[in-house]
Structure formats: C-alpha cells, structure tokens
Design a protein around this ligand. Structure first.
Ligand SMILES: Cc1cc2nc3c(=O)[nH]c(=O)nc-3n(C[C@H](O)[C@H](O)[C@H](O)COP(=O)(O)O)c2cc1C
Length: 194
C-alpha cells in the first residue's frame, strides 16, 4: 500500500486573524497536493497553564497537553508557522513544547513525541525580517529534541500587507514558495519513512 505522510499543522499564535495561521494554511495545501494527510489544529482549542513543575508533580499533565502529545505521536511530521516575539519564540508555542516534552506515563520514552519527526517551519511578521530570528531558536530547539528540521524555510515580512482577501499571499512567488514548503515536507517523509 502506498505510504501517505501524516502531518500535524499549526501556528504559534492564538490570534483569530493571525498571519501565521494564514501562512500555515497555505503550506497545508502544498502538503495535501503532495499527497499528505494533514491535520490542522488551532492552539486556541488547547488552552494550557504556563508550565509549572508543581502542577505536574501534583496533578500530572493537563488534559490538553496529553491530547497534543497524542496528536504528535500520531503524525510523522509537523508543519509550523511561528510568529517572532522579542526576537525569539512566542510563549504559547514554547509552552506547548515544554508541556508535551514531559512524560504522561512512566513507561513512555522521553521526548518520544519529537524523536524522528520531520519539521518544516515558516514565519510571518509585521516587521521587515519576517520572523527569521524566532526560527533560528525553533530550529535549535527541535534539533535538541531529536526532530529533523528541513533546511528549507520561508519568512514573510510586512505580513499586514502580504495577504489578499482570500488568505493567499499577494506575491505569486511567495505563494509558490510557501506551497513548496508543505510539498517538501510531504516528499521528505515519503522518501525517509515510506
Ligand atoms: C509581545 C510581542 C513581541 C513581538 N516581537 C516581535 C519581534 O521581535 N519581531 C517581529 O518581527 N515582530 C514582533 N512582534 C510583532 C508580530 O510580528 C505581530 O504581532 C504578528 O502579527 C504576530 O503574528 P500573528 O499575526 O500570527 O499573531 C511582536 C508582537 C508582540 C505582541
């Protein structure tokens, strides 16, 4: 049977009109075009407290952290668009990583929801650098939890002017490159996991 990559896609923003949500949804189309089965989620649907070791020690992982871990286990790759906050990662995204990096049960392999996952990243920012500084930190973080980050990435600067009314990028070359990020993730998984 032909292998179809399973990809989990989300943005590191809770904002309803998030540019990063728009961006990742374009890349989802690219991944689907390259035959991936994509699950898009909105982190707004998985609210979590700020990671606190005392919460973990007294109550274990919050239900939404366990749900996110399960989704991560069920997928082969992650397609992400991350805003840059103060030259680094947005707290909502880092908090998801911190909670899901913790074991939900004793017999679980540490970091197993990250190990060997393929990750493709993008960012959109209202600033002129397009959020690239945040991706540097995301790349380092994923490498250290044993994920494989694709070399290709795409940053969209001046995001408040970059999208058209349908959520696509007004610049056709940018639109093509973002579609290609999704396609590349799917093809990478076919090559390495198929
Ligand atoms: C706390 C905070 C810090 C920010 N820091 C940066 C930054 O370092 N670089 C940047 O380009 N934009 C920065 N921004 C602006 C974001 O690019 C902008 O809010 C963007 O719309 C966030 O992505 P979203 O639309 O997906 O929510 C910051 C915004 C906030 C609220």
């Amino acid at each position: 049977m032909t292998y179809r990559p399973k990809i989990l896609a989300f943005a590191g923003s809770l904002r309803k009109d998030s540019y990063n949500k728009k961006l990742v949804k374009i890349a989802v189309k690219g991944a689907e075009h390259a035959d991936a089965k994509v699950t898009y989620i909105d982190l707004k649907d998985y609210p979590l407290p700020i990671y606190d070791q005392e919460i973990e020690e007294t109550s274990g992982l919050p239900e939404n952290a366990v749900k996110l871990k399960k989704l991560m286990w069920e997928h082969d790759g992650f397609l992400l668009a991350l805003p840059e906050y103060n030259s680094s990662l947005p707290a909502v995204f880092k908090n998801v990583i911190d909670w899901t990096s913790r074991n939900a049960s004793k017999d679980e392999v540490y970091l197993s929801c990250f190990i060997d996952k393929a990750v493709a990243m993008m960012s959109a920012s209202v600033g002129g650098l397009g959020g690239i500084r945040g991706l540097v930190h995301a790349r380092a973080m994923f490498s250290n939890v044993y994920s494989m980050v694709l070399p290709a990435q795409k940053c969209i600067p001046f995001a408040d002017k970059a999208f058209d009314g349908s959520g696509n990028l007004a610049n056709p070359a940018d639109q093509k490159e973002v579609l290609a990020i999704g396609e590349k993730l799917s093809r990478f998984l076919m090559k390495h996991k198929g």
